[in-house]
Design a protein around this ligand. Sequence first.
Ligand code: FSX
Ligand code: SF4
Ligand code: F3S
Length: 393
Amino acid sequence: MGEMNDIFTLRREALHGIEQRLGMSRRDYLQFCATLAVTMGLPKGADAAVAKAIESAKRPSVIWLHFQECTGCTESLLRAEHPTLEKLILEVISLDYHETLMAAAGHQAEAARKDAMKANKGKYVLVIEGAIPVKENGNYCKIGGHTAIDLLKECAADAAAVIAIGSCASWGGMPSTGPNPSGASSVAEVLGKPVVTIPGCPPNPYNFLAAVVHFLTFGKLPEVDKLGRPKFAYSRLVHENCERRAHFDAGRFAIEFGDAGHRQGYCLYKLGCKGPETYANCPTLGFGDAGENNWPVGCGHPCIGCTEKGVGFAKPIHQLATMKNVAPPLQYARIVEEQGKGATLASAAALAALAGAAAGAAVMLTRNLGLSHAAEEAERAKSEGKPQDKARG
Ligand code: FSX
Ligand code: SF4
Ligand code: F3S
């Protein structure tokens, strides 16, 4: 109750200021704070602390550098069709240096960076977008005559916190795809120390915003995993929360783009979905504000593992994912039946029954295996060049 009161006793003028600056209603603003608190996995009532911090804390100075990348990270944060998010980000942080957004160029831009660093020495948040090429002494990427290596080291020296945004800065991302001719490396590799990473290509803007707001609210960046990823966003596999998971468990798969299974929203595992080996909160958070199901799998495209080192841009898009942590229970349909070695429906059901599975489960197994089997048969027919029924049981 105390926390609720905190929300309502936020200074009226302050909230009025927010309304004016963001062009959003008080209700929307408080709702936004609640969403951020939930994204961060904070307990009930924390939305009040978040609202207060955004309202009263000094906006942290952010110096944002671009290296080897496509600027998709910035685009996802500031995309034009959703000006509210852009306004919120610019309200929460003081973006003092950002090459894509600033009007200054050349020597003026260099001076702006130096000024921002000097004015906020030891206090600014350094955000790095893009990988850092280290081959040939870093000569593949130079800005204002300085290599990305030197710029990163110089700016990181006086930063209060360093955030690597996007997969490129987090672990090399797309530029590091083999044979990686420029030696594209992560921020942590070049600095030789761990940093907070927000991988994704592009990353979800709310995860970035939540990490910054955490810094604002608690004076420190959020708890991270061993790869520097905030645990609130990257501690669950995409597969664990995927809306198509029931189809996976039941053995109902899309086999080709546009086939009956695909049109019915079946699991995309056989199209190469890397959700089973990719940690990200895409299924729960969604991506952007374009409506429900607005994330890769929700739109019908397999997850390519864009947040996961060694998966995104490393494994072929249509290669089957490695099952991590979660494997379908024995009584579920098998994902792939080896030719000639698959259990017959009768023997599999009998085995399940022998193993002590409930009679209901055995019945389900029989039914699911039947479905999966039909899909396998269709695949086999296709590989043998026989006409097939595209509908997958
Ligand atoms: Fe692009 Fe960012 Fe991908 Fe990389 O996002 S969307 S190539 S992660 O650094 O601009
Ligand atoms: Fe979802 Fe992909 Fe897992 Fe299927 S394999 S349930 S589409 S995450
Ligand atoms: Fe990337 Fe997969 Fe999410 S491709 S955006 S991690 S669903």
